[in-house]
Structures are given as structure tokens and as C-alpha cells.
Ligand binder design. Structure first.
Ligand code: HEM
Length: 403
């Protein structure tokens, strides 16, 4: 099979035909551009996410290869980001995850629900009289951004500043290789966030509250099971992982509903379908692009030899449309009964924030479609983010009629 332009897939408005072709013709594909294997079948993607044959320690090879001078310039990036639990294996992963889990229990998320619903209404109130909205900036960024700031216990007014730093880090965690200065920017964003959270932690240690950071401080100070830098970097991970993914779920999901008016009408008529509709939005065109793993032992897959140390890109959007797993996979069907999509990952690293992201989308979609009618997109050209690990639109300008 000729070399596949996987980069153009990540920015494509409709990458699914190309991904389907790859899944059919070369499901375990070596990409010279990515210097890695591209997996597109559901079973292979699922296995790469769960099996110990694939390691999630994917940053170490990069940092180990840096010349000394460069490593010094990127000191905070190199120090803090590899401490994220998502890049660790058990037992370090288990230790960190155990400390974080109480903050994401279903009972905790259930308590947040009324506040999330009120926030959805407040955000809609801000634009509903205009009859137009840029949905990403005015809603999809703010809802998860404010929710994660509330959860951590930091002021909502700091969101624009944190978002700027988080976007700088994003350039490193999954942006395009061509971005100028991406490492320097990611270093700047990481340094700024580390300093910000160091100060927040200092204040909260003196005056604890009911928030997630205070909970982590207590766990650290009482059991010593977390280092101070792990505490700082966990805060960075939560603001980073906690907003843009959900922004893209809201943006891609609303777009899918608008483009499938029959399904939108079903949700409008029966808001109780919201949870199922959210699962279908996550499957059909969800916010996850690829999840990267490193092969931890030589093995064969589809007659190809994957060697220890090789990079693997598990393509979530391809797996989520695999006809071997989903009947009629290209159909957007909010009443799809069984949806074992892989958008939140699989196995020990299964997304910790999944209940929160789901709660936000379940609150948002029914209110949006009931309060806004005749919703349509006011541009012919939507631009998709230049990122391999995520999938989302940069802007979604809409016009609508107030219900
Ligand atoms: C629709 C929104 C979201 C999507 C699609 C998503 C997707 C994912 C995926 C695919 C992983 C697994 C990565 C891997 O296996 O290497 C993951 C892990 C994680 N996510 Fe999410 N995420 C979302 C929202 C959130 C939110 C709201 C938070 C926090 C507030 C969050 C926090 C985390 C954390 C802490 C991990 C690491 C878990 C671990 O390694 O044990 N995510 N997420």
C-alpha cells in the first residue's frame, strides 16, 4: 500500500472514508511520516490500549534523546509532564490514580450536576437574544473550563490565562510538528502553570477548602503518597485534560446533531435520550484522535513485526467506525443500544474524567436543542484542529431562532 498521508487525515473534515480504506487495506500500517504504526481496527486499537505488550511511557524516549543544552531549556516540560499518571505503568500509576479517584466518584459528580445545569443555562442566556453565537468560544470552551476551575477550587476569572498556557502545552502534547517554537512555548506554558499551582497550593495548605486541590494536599500531607511536584503536575493535567477534550465533545456533538436533524428532533422531543445521544456523539465523531503507545516486547500483528520501542498510534475514530464492531457504523443514531466506543480509552488508563465529561454533555445538549430552534451553521468552511491526539473544530458559528 502506498504511504498514507496520515497528517492530512487528522485535519480533514471527513477523515472516515480514508480511515476505512486504511482499515481494510492495511490495518497495521507503518507510517514514515509518523515514524510509527497506525492501527485502525477496533480489536487492535483496544488491545494496544489495554495490553502490557504496549507501554504508555511514551515521553521518555523523546526526553532521553534531547541534547543537554536543549534539555536545560525545556527543564520544566521535561520535569513535570512525564510525572502525569497517564504516562506511567503500575505501581506508580496505581498509586497516583488511587489518590485521585475519590474526586471523580459518581456521588461527587452527581453533587456537581445542579451547578453544571445552572451554568449551561447562564451561558445560553448570554447569547440567546443575539440569534447568533460562535459556539466554541462562547459555550464549548467555557462550560468545561469553568467546571474544572470550580472543581479544582480556583477562580473562573483565571481561565483565559490558564487556557493560554494550556494551549502552549498542547502544541507539544499533540500539535503539528511544523509549529514554530512549539517546544519553547510548551516550556513556557508548563513553567507558568507550575508556578501558578505552586502558589495556589501554598494558599490552600494554609486555608483548606472543599475542593479537589485541598483533597490532594490532605492526601499528600497525611500519607506522604505523593510528592509536591506530583501534586503540582496533577493540577496541570486536570486543567489540560479536563477542558479541551470536553470542548470538542460539545462542538463535534452539536455539529453531528445539526447535520442529522431527525436525530436532533428525537432528542428535542425526548430529553431522556440525552445519555444515549452523548455516547453516540462520543462514538460517531468524538474528541479523541489517536492514543500513542510504545511496543514493550517484539510481537507480530497481521503478519507485521512490531519491535520493542516502536511507536504505535491507536486511531480511535477508525476503531469507533469499525463495521466488525458496530452495525451501520457511519450512521449517526442516538438510540444505538450498544456502544462500546473507545473514546475514553480502555484498561487501567480509562479516562478518570469520563463521568464529568458525560455529565456536562448530558446537561448541555438537551438544553441547547430545546432553547435554540432552527440551528444552522453559518459558514461553508469549518476548520479542524491541527492535532493528532484530538479531533475538534476551531470555530462553530451558528444562527438560530429563540424557542
Ligand atoms: C470528552 C472528554 C474526554 C475525552 C474524550 C477524554 C479522553 C481520554 C483518553 C482517551 C484517556 C486515556 C489516555 C491513554 O490511555 O493514554 C484519558 C485519560 C485521562 N483523562 Fe480524559 N478525556 C476527557 C475528559 C476528561 C476530563 C473532563 C478530565 C478531568 C477533569 C479527564 C482526565 C483524565 C485523566 C486524569 C486521565 C488519565 C487516567 C489514567 O492514566 O489513569 N479527562 N482521557
Amino acid at each position: 500500500m502506498p504511504s498514507f498521508d496520515i497528517k492530512s487525515i487528522s485535519r480533514a473534515e471527513n477523515p472516515f472514508p480514508a480511515l476505512a480504506q486504511l482499515r481494510k487495506q492495511d490495518p497495521v500500517h507503518w507510517s514514515p511520516a509518523f515514524k510509527g504504526w497506525i492501527l485502525t481496527r477496533y480489536d487492535d486499537v483496544r488491545k494496544a490500549l489495554r495490553s502490557p505488550q504496549y507501554s504508555s511511557d511514551r515521553l521518555r524516549p523523546f526526553f532521553e534523546s534531547l541534547p543537554e543544552q536543549k534539555a536545560r531549556e525545556l527543564a520544566d516540560l521535561k520535569h513535570f509532564i512525564p510525572l502525569w499518571l497517564v504516562f506511567h505503568q503500575p505501581p506508580t500509576h496505581t498509586r497516583l490514580r488511587t489518590i485521585m479517584t475519590p474526586g471523580f466518584l459518581p456521588s461527587v459528580i452527581a453533587r456537581m450536576r445542579p451547578k453544571i445545569e445552572a451554568l449551561v443555562d447562564d451561558l445560553i442566556d448570554e447569547f440567546i437574544d443575539r440569534g447568533t453565537v460562535e459556539f466554541i468560544d462562547d459555550f464549548a470552551l467555557r462550560l468545561p473550563g469553568y467546571v474544572i476551575m470550580d472543581l479544582l477550587g480556583v477562580p473562573r476569572s483565571d481561565l483565559p490565562m490558564i487556557k493560554t498556557w494550556s494551549d502552549e502545552l498542547q502544541l507539544f502534547i499533540g500539535g503539528s510538528k511544523v509549529t514554530v517554537d512549539k517546544y519553547a512555548k510548551a516550556q513556557h506554558g508548563t513553567h507558568a502553570m507550575a508556578e501558578y499551582f505552586r502558589e495556589v497550593i501554598r494558599r490552600k495548605r494554609a486555608h483548606p477548602d472543599q475542593d479537589f486541590i485541598s483533597m490532594l494536599i490532605e492526601a499528600r500531607d497525611e500519607t506522604g503518597q505523593m510528592s509536591e511536584d506530583e501534586l503540582i503536575t496533577t493540577c496541570i493535567l486536570l486543567v489540560f485534560g479536563g477542558h479541551e477534550t470536553t470542548t470538542n465533545l460539545l462542538g463535534n456533538g452539536l455539529l453531528a446533531l445539526i447535520r442529522n436533524p431527525g436525530e436532533l428532533e428525537k432528542l428535542r422531543a425526548n430529553p431522556a435520550l440525552a445519555a444515549m445521544a452523548v455516547e453516540e456523539c462520543l462514538r460517531y465523531d468524538g474528541p479523541s484522535g489517536s492514543v500513542v503507545r510504545i511496543v514493550s516486547e517484539d510481537h507480530e500483528l497481521e503478519g507485521k513485526l512490531l519491535r520493542k520501542g516502536d511507536r504505535v498510534f491507536a486511531m480511535i475514530p477508525a476503531a469507533n467506525r469499525d463495521p466488525a464492531q458496530f452495525a451501520n457504523p457511519d450512521k449517526f443514531d442516538i438510540e444505538r443500544s450498544k456502544s462500546a466506543h473507545l473514546t475514553f480509552g480502555q484498561g487501567v488508563h480509562f479516562c478518570l474524567g469520563a463521568p464529568l465529561a458525560r455529565a456536562e454533555a448530558i446537561a448541555a445538549f438537551p438544553k441547547l436543542v430545546s432553547r435554540l430552534h432552527d440551528i444552522h451553521v453559518t459558514t461553508d468552511k469549518l476548520e479542524w484542529r491541527d492535532a493528532t491526539v484530538m479531533r475538534g473544530i476551531t470555530a462553530l458559528p451558528l444562527a438560530f431562532r429563540r424557542a
